[in-house]
Design a protein around this ligand. Sequence first.
Ligand SMILES: O=C(O)C(=O)Cc1ccccc1
Length: 300
Amino acid sequence: MESGGEGLKVAYQGFPGAYSESAAKKAYPHCQTVPCEHFDTAFQSKIAVENCTVDRAVLPLENTLGGSIHRNYDLLLRHKLHIVGDVRLAVRHCLLANRGVKIGNLRSVMSHPQALAQCEHTLTELGIEQRQAVDDTAGAAKLVTEQMLQDTGVVASSLAAELYGLDILAENIQDEKENVTRFMMLARKPIVPQVDKPFKTSIVFSLEDWKPAQLLKALAVFALRDIDLTKIESRPHKKRPFRVADDTFSTPVKYFNYLFYVDLEASMADPKALKALGNLEEFAPFVRVLGSYPTDVSEV
Ligand SMILES: O=C(O)C(=O)Cc1ccccc1
């Protein structure tokens, strides 16, 4: 994480009180947060192009209960921004509703899909069956307040309850007490990698179509140099959706083709990591460094 963040403008998806805003504040305590309705707005009009009205964008990427947020992995590739830091935030969900509404009155609950997924069992146990997915938790709180809905609850933070004047009907409703989300901080320019403190590097690559054991070979370039991996995620390769697996039989078999996202416990300033990447580039058709950034060592 970069320290302070004085003078930095940080875009996040959602309305004030969204968890992404808290993540931005955790990463840059003195920054100015800028709400954006959709993430593409945050990326495109505010940070990536045009008037460059913000310096950073914050994006949730994975969660200990809900897993990876796939859409955001895809966004990382689609936009040419650089990861300059990550931050982990403990997420404690509350069930909110308009004043006077009781849990028994709720037929439906509205929130971000990840928040709904993280509270799935608890919500079912509370007898609420319908789910309404919206772009962010605070946006759900705002909508339920503005429309004075009496049969719809919200999964959001206690801060959202305070900001939008909702009652807290239940606290800590995530299915497991420990619920941590990891957010990435993005910028137009990469930061200069260092070796005097712990750094991580995020990369994405594709593999050759038809040769066997390519993934093992790719991971070996790091393992052989004692570079630990902290995360691996695969996503469909949308531009080249199929690979032809084998020509042993007369009919070639078509399998899905993937992009692999890997986080390395190494700085790009470390000659070992540079060599490993050079080695990977020798046989991987596509390799991109998404960013090399200081490891988040803050308390979760
Ligand atoms: O909707 C929000 O408040 C977000 O910031 C996205 C999100 C949703 C659930 C957990 C973490 C982040």
